[in-house]
Design a protein around this ligand. Structure first.
Ligand SMILES: *Cc1c(COP(=O)(O)O)cnc(C)c1O
Length: 387
């Protein structure tokens, strides 16, 4: 049976051509395409710098390291996110704390962040759930007051706007992290990036991406031997988080289509919004005035009375070929976190959101026929449940 997935990449002939061109060239990695992609990305979001890496998770890890997060520090992130938003804090030897979310947007709230801030807090990682920006002005104010670094997890939000600026401009943050996994706004297969306006962070990210090595003369500690052409220094412990040139060629080609992708996503969300308006079964995702979503997800919230039947509803949809998904199990309910002592009941809105959320198929290449099928079958399933 055909399955309509919740998300899917859009690859055209142009994408395939630019990738094969790189494959036929001398530089599969460490060539010119990486810089070209970084320039295109920073131009798009309106940041000074961009650093492309091997995944969104690698981007989160490096952003945390560049921010100086280390043992003894605490970092506050959202309970409703992919595990990587919190795992990156553990990678640095620090401790993630989870703040509760808004019951409608599933975005971390400034009030909940405030409750978690203490003398150990070093940074905040707000996540723009489903492509809807968090309340960044209020979050930035908290960060200024408490001297905290902000790393936006914008893995859902490439192409989204906040207060008329593209997410990633870093007007209200220190760094912003993106992912180019196939279900995200654009894809490079695997891939990610960090944008920033801060030169120090930028230079540190570049070094950390490549083993902590530098050849930049002004940075060398041992300038006398630098006359030797092979000379380079490893100054900090870094990683190989490089992205390849053929991935970046794909990224450049995809980025040119990003506005079209977002328009298509908006159109599909508009069709769903109209079809589901005032229905008695579930609540809809809603754009607030200050945000323009990239519509990474179309996350419905089933009404309270259906919560006990969520698994039945989910299974019925899957049986009909609708590849619904749930975003997310609150991170701290994962066994790894439970073993470390994070307790159920920590974020009640997040737990309620989890009990209600179902993501419907939404991606640029979905057909009108499939959209109609999803709409019709969804209502059918709820009617069956009510029988
Ligand atoms: C996809 C995603 C990540 C991780 O990105 P990868 O490229 O898969 O490593 C991190 N955070 C969020 C919110 C994501 O959706």
């Amino acid at each position: 049976m055909k399955i309509i997935p919740y998300g899917h990449q859009y690859i055209d002939k142009g994408d395939i051509k630019v990738v094969s061109d790189v494959l036929r060239s001398d530089w599969l990695t460490q060539g010119l395409k990486v810089k070209e992609f970084e320039k295109a990305l920073s131009d798009y979001v309106g940041s000074k710098y961009a650093v492309a890496v091997s995944s969104g998770t690698a981007a989160l890890h490096l952003a945390c390291l560049a921010a100086g997060i280390s043992k003894g520090d605490e970092v506050i992130t959202s309970a409703i996110t992919f595990v990587a938003s919190a795992n990156c804090v553990f990678y640095c030897g620090a401790k993630p704390l989870f703040a509760d979310v808004d019951p409608v947007t599933a975005n971390i709230t400034p009030e909940s962040i405030s409750q978690r801030i203490n003398f150990k807090t070093k940074a905040l990682i707000p996540v723009h759930f489903g492509g809807f920006s968090c309340d960044m002005k209020a979050i930035k104010n908290l960060a200024i007051k408490n001297k905290l670094i902000i790393i936006e997890d914008a893995c859902h939000a490439l192409g989204a706007s906040y207060e008329g600026l593209k997410v990633g401009s870093c007007k209200y943050s220190d760094m912003t992290v993106f992912s180019f996994h196939p279900v995200k706004s654009i894809t490079t297969g695997e891939g990610g990036a960090i944008t920033t306006n801060n030169k120090k962070y930028y230079e540190k990210l570049i070094m950390l991406r490549q083993h902590g090595i530098t050849k930049n003369f002004t940075k060398l500690s041992n300038k006398k031997v630098a006359v030797n052409p092979w000379y380079h220094e490893m100054q900090i412990l870094g990683f190989n988080y490089r992205i390849t040139d053929f991935q970046c060629a794909l990224g450049i080609s995809q980025l040119k289509k990003l506005n079209k992708f977002i328009q298509k996503r908006r159109r599909i969300a508009g069709i769903y919004n109209k079809a589901f308006k005032n229905n008695i079964f579930f609540d809809l995702p809603t754009e607030k005035n200050h945000t323009k979503s990239s519509w990474h997800l179309y996350a419905i919230r089933i009404k309270d009375r259906y919560k006990p039947q969520k698994a039945i509803i989910f299974n019925k949809l899957r049986k009909r070929g609708i590849g619904v998904q749930v975003h997310y199990i609150p991170v701290y309910l994962q066994p790894y976190y439970q073993k470390l002592g994070y307790k159920k009941g920590l974020c009640l809105n997040a737990e309620d959101f989890y009990a209600r959320e179902i993501s419907l198929p939404l991606y640029p290449s979905i057909t009108n026929e499939d959209i109609r099928y999803v709409k019709d079958e969804l209502f059918e399933v709820f009617k069956e449940i009510d029988k």
